[in-house]
Design a protein around this ligand. Sequence first.
Ligand SMILES: [Zn+2]
Length: 395
Amino acid sequence: MAQKSVAKMEQRLTSEASLGRQKDDGSRWNQGEAGGSTGRGKVNGPEAKTRAIGTSSLDGAGNWRTQGRSAHLSVVTGVVDGLEGASRAGLKNWLNYEKEVGEGGEWCYQSQLSCHDTCRGPSEWKNNFPNCGGQRQSPINIVTGKVKHDPKLTNFIFEGHEKLFNMSVENHGHSAYFSLPQSVRIRGGGLSGTYKAVQFHLHWGENGGQGSEHSVDGEQFPMELHIVHIKEKYDSLKEALNDSTGVAAFAFFFEVTSGQNKHLERVIDALGKVRYEGNSSEIEDFRLTDIIPQASKLSYYRYLGSLTTPDCDQAVVWTVFKQTLPISKKQLMSVDKQLLFGTGKPMTGIFRPVQNLNGRVVYTSVPAQGLCVLPNLITLFLCLFCVFGQQRCLN
Ligand SMILES: [Zn+2]
């Protein structure tokens, strides 16, 4: 009888070990928190909260990390649009892809370089990841005096941006990704078709300093939000990266304002819950319109570029919005205190330097110059009116 019990216990321990339920340093879970079909609560990290799956309407999924991560996403999308399969695959592929390239090349940001750290900084990325030395790399500096107006760059149509969803956030060692349900879609805006959302993340500096990736007329902003979408026909980022316009990325700059951005507070709080690489947490009842403006209010720059992290695939249609998002100084100061790199150092200065244009043209959705330069009769009339009437031109 006793022997049987021991055997049973051994069997259980073995199966738990094989599921990877091990803590590596007492502070975070390694590998999968596998719960199988029975469902299990949320994972990992000392501060991560636990949610008992199956007790709410969002039941039916259990796992979190590895398998679990994708199963969780099915909770999110299953409720929203019933298309969990593809979305699951999409995020999983994105995450796995990031993992592969991140670990394979030991790449790092400039801020991580030191006498003691032999990781490969941005100028060396191209040695391990040839794409990073390509001709259409991102980010870039946008020179507003050189952008060209393209009338095909019409307003975007946002779909699902006002609907509430649950999303996971996970520290991936170089940033933290917030998963998005594929019910969030974009079209219009001069894109060739519909793209579905995969995730969003932020780039920031150090101590409230500048930390955006793109810049405008040489000016860097304190923080930049990236929302990553893939063409709706693709099931994964990997697939989309084989298409020179397979990925549509949105970039929003943040500007420091006196008041705090209430909605952003939840995003910043979530970052505090995923301090260590591999930690994950969850935000419930979130919608994108909480943090970005409506489509009709947005004007933007457009150019063809790449992912801004290795392996820098040149498959991205970039949209850099002119409208900035607000953030208080206090909020900004707290962002870069929240996370640690995989190396255990504070995650600061997570942006790639701007890359050469190499002859690329940046387009704008609205004319950048004054009305006088537009060659049509109405404009001519307006200009004459201005010049003779007010001694100055409409701008
Ligand atoms: Zn990014």
